[in-house]
Design a binder for this molecule. Sequence first.
Ligand code: ADP
Ligand code: MG
Length: 286
Amino acid sequence: SIPLGYFGGIGAASKNGILFKGSNFLDSIAQISQVVMDKTGTMTEGVFDVQEVHLQPEFLESRILDFANALESKSTHPIATAIKKHVGEIDSSIALENVEEIAGHGLKAQVEGKELLVGNFKLMDKYSIPYSIDPSGIVYTLVAIAYEGKFAGYLTIADRIKADALLTIAQLKSMGVGITMLSGDKSNVVNFVANKLGIPNSFGDLLPEDKVNKVKEIKAQKGTVAFIGDGVNDAPVVAISDVGIAMGGLGSDATIETADVVIQDDKPSKIPMAISIGKKTKRIVW
Ligand code: ADP
Ligand code: MG
């Protein structure tokens, strides 16, 4: 039979919007030594706004932003929402062919028979598009556009750090757990956010499989891992962590399904709360 204390623990958690999918995860989270987290949508709102548009002179008068908007309408990435908000209604007369979403990079298609690329500068590099700016010098997420093999320009977009993110990190530190941030976003943006929050370890430019490998490495070197993420790209890493935690509000269905624990209101401060409920439950049970 399940000891009474577990019901108390699961109940206390659920009253706070933390769903444990089994009482065993109360035990595992109580003993966790490392907390590893995604950035976008986990520690930040995951809602981007376009800040600046930098187009090359020969593209200033063109319909390039309409093309980019049309292509982004095929994606569910938060970046797509930001572009739609900025550019406006999608021009349905723009014919897109061979639309491809390239994981960790962006999108590719043919528009009026010519190749259109919308994504990060890794995407530009992948298709050998020459450009003359240094993306690593800009502390914003960037969306680059290329048309017909030519660099057309880029947009800077920004996200906001969640209100309780700083408190979350302070609480985790006082519990003595190690903290690491992993993200698919540009390294300098990831390091900037980590720095602001006081997260000692951070890695960017990671593909979903790179996140999995990093967590495996942390498990091997430092101990048990609780991973918290929200995106589809976080489902594999949530699955292999000792305790996989999903943001349940704006999080993707696949990640919520795979997780052991779901935070319904997307507040990161529920992570230290879940750990302390786990610890209290253990004290009552044993
Ligand atoms: P994350 O959501 O953590 O940034 P992803 O793997 O979803 O991770 O994406 C990694 C990067 O790939 C994004 O930060 C962005 O630069 C680029 N990217 C992905 N999808 C798109 C898209 N639809 N439009 C533009 N860029 C994209
Ligand atoms: Mg995310």
